[in-house]
Design a protein around this ligand. Structure first.
Ligand code: ZN
Length: 135
C-alpha cells in the first residue's frame, strides 16, 4: 500500500451548516450534507490520505481548512491508480451530478472545482476502489 499512487476522492460529511474560512478563497458557506473532494497523490497516497484524516496539521490545501472544522468528517475514501492527468477527468463526472464549490482545490487546473456537494456516492463505487482506512 505504501507505493500506491493515483487519484483519490474523499467523501466528507458536513454535519451542520457552517461558514469556513478557506484561506485565500475567503469565507465559504457549506450547507449540511455530503461532499466529494478529488485529489491526486503521485507519491505515497496512503500517507496523504492519513494526513487528510488527521485533524492537527498546518493548513496547506483548501481542503485542510474544511477538514479542520469540527462539523466536517471524512466518512469514506475512494481511489484509483492513475496519473495526475486523470484527476480532472475523474472530477468531471462528479461535477455533472453535483454542485461544485467554485474555485475549491483547483488552483492549478481549469476545472470549476475539485470539491462538490453530492447527493450520494454510490456512482463512485463503479469506477473506483474503496481505500482501506479507518474513518
Ligand atoms: Zn481539475
Amino acid at each position: 500500500m505504501n507505493t500506491l499512487k493515483g487519484i483519490y476522492v474523499l467523501i466528507i460529511q458536513v454535519g451542520k451548516d457552517v461558514n469556513v474560512d478557506v484561506g485565500a478563497l475567503g469565507k465559504i458557506a457549506f450547507i449540511k450534507g455530503l461532499y466529494a473532494y478529488v485529489g491526486s497523490a503521485q507519491t505515497n497516497m496512503e500517507q496523504r490520505i492519513k494526513r487528510h484524516l488527521r485533524k492537527e496539521k498546518r493548513k496547506f490545501w483548501h481542503i485542510d481548512y474544511l477538514l479542520d472544522n469540527d462539523s466536517a468528517k471524512i466518512v469514506k475514501v475512494f481511489f484509483k491508480k492513475a496519473s495526475k492527468t486523470e484527476e480532472c477527468r475523474i472530477a468531471k463526472p462528479i461535477d455533472e451530478r453535483s454542485k461544485p464549490i467554485c474555485g475549491f482545490g483547483c488552483s492549478d487546473c481549469n476545472c470549476k472545482s475539485h470539491l462538490f456537494q453530492i447527493e450520494n456516492y454510490r456512482f463512485m463505487q463503479e469506477t473506483m476502489q474503496v481505500f482501506p482506512v479507518e474513518t
